[in-house]
Write a protein that binds this ligand. Structure first.
Ligand code: NAD
Ligand code: MG
Length: 379
């Protein structure tokens, strides 16, 4: 039995992780669940999976949940509660399916406690990649990617010698507005932006896909997961999301990973690695798909991706600032406070005003993150 703690159990990745677990009851046991404010769903999940601990965002929410949880399930809350679910159980593995850089302290706590990490929460690597990777190396903890592109790269690198790698290419569906010109982005609505053509995901990542900052965050995520330079990372538009990403080797061989767009495949691979077992997902039939399309990434059409490469190359505090500003800008767009194109304007402004500094500890990261958030909330 592999014991799993799941951070962000009520979200898109969280519920799909539980779906994978449900299909393999002899293999996996859920020992911890953490959710934000969806009390009803986390109660339902706790009744099915009977974890030893459940965490909610606030004390009020925890009090609401308590009477409905199975006997023997402890309830905690807040940042400390999240850390307890991440590090205070006998889990072998922690799946980080929370959204945003708020997942960082819990991820580090899980690493310190020696838990294998199934990482979906890409913002933690964008905001503090060097600290997370260094800590994982020190504690000899594996970080297994769940993000589909990174799972693909991870699979393509299986058994390969690192010095043979020329570079990687992350594929991008193009998001909700891939067929619109920049002029056609004026006045788009939240509902339109939330309508992703290939994937059903949480609101934040769906907007991130539409602005293409998601691919930028993934470039930075890949830099840390696979220890690559930015010159080794390329991005290609591939509207069908069938090729999930690929590696090119020095001999010009390309190894790609393909499949139907279904997050349960990379989730399950992280959970069973290095084993491969049956999944409840659909098989890929290339004959029925017929053809796949590709086009070069247009950095003028998607300036957020350009900005992410720039911040990645600047390094130090720049990605932290980009990520924090983006979290706030996306929340403001979803609230109807700013327009879709304002998101990139906010990012350009905050990054432009920031003086890059060293960030070698969590306190400095928190300060820089807070600076970017408060400016992004008012600009
Ligand atoms: P989501 O919004 O659907 O779910 C987020 C989860 O975080 C929810 O369970 C929510 O309750 C929890 N949460 C929010 N605030 C919280 C708080 N204060 N305390 C504790 N928990 C809190 O998001 P998602 O789409 O599942 O994405 C999760 C992460 O996975 C993101 O980093 C995203 O970039 C990444 N990811 C998602 C997908 C996908 O298909 N959805 C694919 C690749 C990567
Ligand atoms: Mg992805």
């Amino acid at each position: 039995m592999k014991k799993i703690s799941l951070l962000g159990s009520t979200g898109s990745i969280g519920t799909q992780t539980l779906d994978v677990v449900k299909h393999q009851p002899d293999r996996f046991e859920i020992v911890g669940l953490s959710a934000g404010s969806n009390v009803e769903l986390v109660i339902e999940q706790a009744q099915v999976f009977k974890p030893s601990i459940v965490s909610l965002a606030t004390k009020e929410l925890a009090d609401q949940a308590r009477p409905h949880l199975p006997t023997g399930t402890k309830v905690v809350y807040g940042e400390q509660g999240l850390i307890e679910v991440a590090a205070g159980t006998d889990a072998d593995m922690v799946v980080t399916a929370i959204v945003g850089s708020m997942g960082l302290p819990a991820t580090l706590a899980a690493i310190d406690a020696g838990k294998t990490i199934g990482l979906a929460n890409k913002e933690t690597l964008v905001t503090a990649g060097h600290i997370v990777m260094e800590r994982a190396k020190q504690r000899k903890v594996a970080i297994l990617p769940i993000d589909s592109e990174h799972s693909a790269i991870f699979q393509c690198l299986n058994g390969e010698q690192r010095q043979g790698v020329k570079g990687i290419t992350l594929t991008a569906s193009g998001g909700s507005f891939r067929d619109r010109s920049r002029a056609e982005l004026e006045g788009v609505t939240v509902t339109e932006a939330l309508n992703h053509p290939n994937w059903s995901m949480g609101a934040k990542i769906t907007i991130d896909s539409a602005t293409m900052i998601n691919k930028g965050l993934e470039v930075i995520e890949a830099r840390w997961l696979f220890d690559l330079t930015y010159d080794q990372i390329d991005v290609l538009i591939h509207p069908e999301s069938i090729i999930h990403s690929y590696v090119e080797f020095n001999d010009h061989s390309i190894v790609a990973q393909l499949g139907m767009p279904d997050m349960r495949v990379p989730i399950q691979y992280a959970l069973t690695y290095p084993e491969r077992i049956v999944t409840p997902t659909e098989r890929l039939n290339l004959a029925s798909i017929g053809k796949l399309n590709f086009r070069a990434m247009d950095f003028e059409r998607f300036p957020c991706l350009r900005l992410a490469f720039e911040c990645g190359r600047m390094g130090q505090s720049a990605p932290t600032v980009l990520n924090a500003a983006n979290e706030v800008a996306v929340a403001r767009f979803l609230n109807g406070e700013i327009t879709f194109l304002d998101i990139e304007r906010v990012l350009e402004t905050i990054v432009g005003r920031h003086e890059v500094c060293n960030i070698n500890d969590l306190e400095t990261i928190a300060e820089v993150d807070e600076w970017a958030r408060s400016l992004a909330a008012s600009v």
